[in-house]
Ligand binder design. Structure first.
Ligand code: HEM
Length: 211
């Protein structure tokens, strides 16, 4: 993290020296009601944007390939009709949610299934679990690439709904479509891939394929 912040400090200094019309250049000069981002706020915002925007979408792409390769009939239908891909990616967001949990501090006391949680307590919203809730999703543990409706919460909900959801929804279909086009014979090299051992992020450590 220290190295990451030092790297960003260099980029920020360069933007101060020479204004640039990219995102960082705009953040450096942004002003709201005469107030600017302090350096600490700027660094934290950049770290958030870079990590939130990179790791998640990378894993969505990997999770999509793995899940589709495990469901060859559905993959075949998508190859024949690429317009089906965006729905399939929504289903991967539900089925293998790249971000598994959100941290929250409770604004008031709350009792859930007999468990009292107090105001100020730190709790985790389990997004991956909510996305398999049988009360919401029929056959929740079944991957249905054309599931409708599919009101998953993989991008969170409410005030903090993912800022980058539209970008992720642009990037992932482009990447997956190109891989499918370039590798018409793509298949798994072994029946199961290896997941990263991580309680926040759901993504693959490796995905051996043959093409
Ligand atoms: C598959 C890709 C992605 C997934 C699954 C994902 C997931 C999420 C989730 C669940 C939240 C809610 C966090 C909370 O409520 O505490 C969130 C927030 C956020 N995401 Fe994403 N994200 C993705 C891609 C991106 C991208 C591409 C960017 C930026 C380029 C991004 C930037 C952010 C930011 C800045 C927030 C905080 C929003 C706020 O607190 O108001 N995300 N994301």
């Amino acid at each position: 993290m220290l190295a990451f912040r030092a790297y960003l400090r260099g980029l920020i200094a360069a933007r101060h020296a020479r204004p640039h019309d990219d995102l960082l250049g705009q953040l450096v000069t942004v002003e709201m009601a005469g107030d600017r981002l302090s350096e600490a706020e700027l660094l934290t915002t950049c770290v958030t944007l870079l990590t939130a925007g990179h790791e998640t979408t990378t894993n969505l792409i990997g999770n999509t390939l793995y899940t589709l390769l495990q469901h060859p009939d559905q993959l075949q239908a998508i190859r024949q009709e690429p317009a089906r891909l965006p729905n399939a990616i929504e289903e991967v967001l539900r089925f293998e949610s790249p971000l598994q949990r959100n941290p929250r501090r409770l604004a008031q006391d709350y009792t859930y299934e007999g468990h009292l949680m107090g105001k100020g307590d730190f709790v985790l919203q389990m997004l991956g679990s909510a996305n398999r809730d049988p009360a919401i999703f029929a056959a929740a543990d079944h991957f249905d690439s054309q599931r409708q409706p599919n009101r998953h919460v993989a991008f969170g909900f409410g005030l903090h709904f993912c800022l980058g959801a539209p970008l992720a929804r642009l990037e992932a279909p482009i990447a997956v479509q190109l891989i499918l086009e370039r590798m018409p014979k793509l298949r798994l090299a072994q029946p199961t891939a290896q997941w990263m051992q991580h309680s926040l992020v759901r993504g693959l450590a490796s995905l051996p394929v043959v093409f």
